[in-house]
Design a protein around this ligand. Sequence first.
Ligand code: MEV
Length: 443
Amino acid sequence: MKDPIKGFSKLSKAAKLEWLVTNNFEDADAARSVLTGYWHDDETLQKRHDEFIENTMSNYYMPYGVAPNFQINGKLYTIPMAIEESSVVAAAAKSASFWMERGGFKAEVMGTQKIGHVHFMYTGDASALKDEFDVLEEDLRAATAELTSNMEARGGGITSIKLVDATDRLDDYYQLEVTFETCDSMGANFINSNLEEMAKCLQTFAQNHERLDANALEVVMRILSNYTPNCLVRASVSCKIEELASEGVSAEEFARKFKRAIAIANAEPYRATTHNKGIMNGIDAVIIATGNDFRAVEAACHTHAARSGSYKSLTGCAVENGIFTFWIEIPLALGVVGGLTKLHPLVVKSLEMLGNPDAEELMGIVAVSGLAQNFAALRALVTTGIQKGHMKMHLMNILTQLEATPEEKIHIATYFKDKVPHHREVVNYFCELRGVPVPKVGQ
Ligand code: MEV
């Protein structure tokens, strides 16, 4: 059992590292060497990364790849993707080329509204609360005028304030439901600051109004919602069915099976979860590369997938009058200003690579990345299966673990070209090639 440490956050980085390696690892030198091995040589740059979070000890590298040839609304993009999973970038690039030859992707932003709540309990006379709401709204707007003035100058601000009676869901539960336009920022700080100001104003209002009972009012929380159903983007592709012939499968059979694959995801949450996970492979990778909050996007997309009451596919497909159409419609609250966007040098380069899009254009790019990923996954699943594409990377990962030389890698890759590279068989073949004994299972 380890001893707890007090005041860890107040220690210097060096002192934290010493405590960490001496108290949490068997070999402190080895741990220190790995952790410091990922420090950046440029101290200013390292300091910048240190300051993104608290108690930073090292940098966690993630591969940063690119998928070229994405034609979206007639414009060509190279999309940056930060992801550790092999085959995702290759799948994106393959889908991009496939659809570039068939007219490219279309993307359309349906809305950009964000939302947040002051969650409060009121045990007094609710009709008084409702009657007084117009006056309260004026006070709430006045209380937040200073906070919203810059955003208003950019074309955003608070778009609506509603009093919601939620007592049918929870006794005494009410909300101030506030909607916002946050222009090119994701807007979390802006929204939360406004909500905190509104909560104070609500309490003061209750104290100053005779018909309201301030003692019967309790503000519980004031926070944005990451579910943004009205911050929605749609991306789609379409082509004539005959343009779909794929991997030895006729165009008609491909279209039929593809549509069924989505019907299965809509009917079966076990499949929908994996189906949507594949979509998030494409979405998260771009979200991370562009410095956005992938946890927020994940949460919003999964709530959206469950909006009917059961968890379903985020993508849809129609085959009508000889035309195959495939689309995605998802909530994406993204920013191209604020947060990491100007601080992380790779994020700056990602946005530059995309032509410095505004938030709406970025929503389209991210949605397309998710759609492309789902197309690649379903295309493989209804034809050859996904293992064929994964196996080459899988083989290379095994060979890297075995510390194979580049020559050995080429030789072994050639041998396994038309075989499934099961781990044991790769190890056996590698040992035979090197002339070393095969390790026993478990070694
Ligand atoms: C793997 O990361 C993603 C897939 O499983 C998605 C899917 O099955 O649709 C290939």
